[in-house]
Design a protein around this ligand. Structure first.
Ligand SMILES: C[S@@+](CC[C@H](N)C(=O)[O-])C[C@H]1O[C@@H](n2cnc3c(N)ncnc32)[C@H](O)[C@@H]1O
Length: 252
C-alpha cells in the first residue's frame, strides 16, 4: 500500500516541522504534496494542481458544522445504520477515519467515537482539526469527551486499542469509476494522496471480532460486498449504501 512518507513544507516553520517529525514525514523538495498552515488550519495542497485548493479538517465551521445543525439528526442513514434510532448512543470505532466527517456526525449525535487512521498526512490533518475543535467554545467540551484519534492501521491495531466498542464503522476508499472531472476538487486531492484501499477486504474480520453489536460498512452503490460477505441489512442512500453486519441486537 503506497503511503506518502515524503512531503514538502517550509522547513523554517517549526510548527509544521514538528508535526512532520511526529508523523515521520520526511522533507522532500520534489514531493507532490505540501503541508502549510493557512488561517491556523493545517492544509494539504497538491503542488502540480494549485487550482484544486487545499484540504483541511474543519469540525467547527463549513460543511460538517452545517450538517450537524441541519443534517437530519438521528433520522439520517448513517445514524440508522449504526443503531442510533433505538435511542442508544453506541460506542464506535471508526476504523477508516479519513477526514473524520462520518465520525464527527456520529459524535455530534452522542456516540463516543475513536477514529483510526493509517495515513500519516491524513492523521496529521485530523489531529489538527481535533485541536481546533477541542478549543472551540461551542463544540469543544463535548468534542473532547466524544471524539479522539489513533494513528495506526486497523488491519493490525483493532485488537490492540484496548476498546470494546458496540460498533465498528468502516468506509475504505473504493477505486473510483467516476470521471475525475466529476469528482469534487477537494476529493481529487484526497484521492490522489490516499489512493484506493485495495487491502480493505482484510478489515471485515477484525472488525467483526472487535464489535460487540455490529459492523457498518459504507460502500458506493455499485461496489461489491466487503470481503464478499453478505450483510444482514442494507440501508441505501442516493449514491452510497451502508451494509450492516449484525452480531447482537442493540440494547433497547
Ligand atoms: C474514504 S476515506 C474515509 C472517509 C471518512 N469516512 C470521512 O467521513 O471523512 C478512507 C480512509 O481510510 C483510511 N484507511 C484505509 N485503510 C485503513 C486501515 N487499514 N487502517 C486505518 N485507516 C485506513 C485511508 O487512509 C483513508 O483516509
Amino acid at each position: 500500500m503506497p503511503v506518502t512518507q515524503s512531503i514538502f513544507f517550509d522547513s523554517s516553520d517549526t510548527r509544521i516541522a514538528d508535526i512532520c517529525a511526529r508523523q515521520q514525514l520526511t522533507f522532500d523538495n520534489e514531493a507532490l504534496f505540501e503541508l502549510v498552515f493557512e488561517n491556523d488550519c493545517l492544509t494539504l495542497k497538491k503542488r502540480d494542481e494549485p487550482k484544486l485548493g487545499g484540504i483541511f479538517v474543519d469540525f467547527v465551521s463549513g460543511a460538517v458544522a452545517h450538517r450537524r445543525k441541519f443534517g437530519g439528526g438521528r433520522g439520517q442513514a448513517i445514524a440508522k445504520a449504526v443503531g442510533l434510532k433505538q435511542g442508544e448512543n453506541p460506542s464506535v470505532v471508526d476504523g477508516t477515519a479519513g477526514l473524520g466527517r462520518d465520525a464527527f456526525v456520529l459524535a455530534s449525535l452522542g456516540c463516543k467515537v475513536t477514529m483510526v487512521e493509517r495515513h500519516p498526512v491524513v492523521a496529521a490533518l485530523l489531529e489538527d482539526g481535533l485541536r481546533r475543535g477541542y478549543e472551540d467554545s461551542e463544540i469543544g467540551d463535548w468534542l473532547q469527551q466524544r471524539l479522539s484519534m489513533v494513528h495506526a492501521s486497523s488491519l493490525e491495531a483493532l485488537p490492540e486499542l484496548g476498546l470494546a466498542p458496540d460498533v465498528v464503522y468502516l468506509d475504505p476508499m473504493y477505486p473510483h469509476r467516476e470521471k475525475s472531472a466529476l469528482v469534487k476538487k477537494e476529493m481529487r486531492v484526497f484521492q490522489s494522496l490516499v489512493g484506493a484501499d485495495l487491502d480493505a477486504d482484510g478489515l471485515l474480520a477484525p472488525a467483526l471480532t472487535l464489535a460487540g453489536m455490529r459492523v457498518v460498512v459504507k460502500r458506493p452503490d455499485y461496489a461489491e460486498d466487503l470481503d464478499g460477505v453478505k450483510p444482514s441489512a442494507v440501508i441505501a442512500t442516493k449514491k452510497n449504501r451502508f451494509d450492516v453486519y449484525v452480531k447482537a441486537a442493540m440494547k433497547s
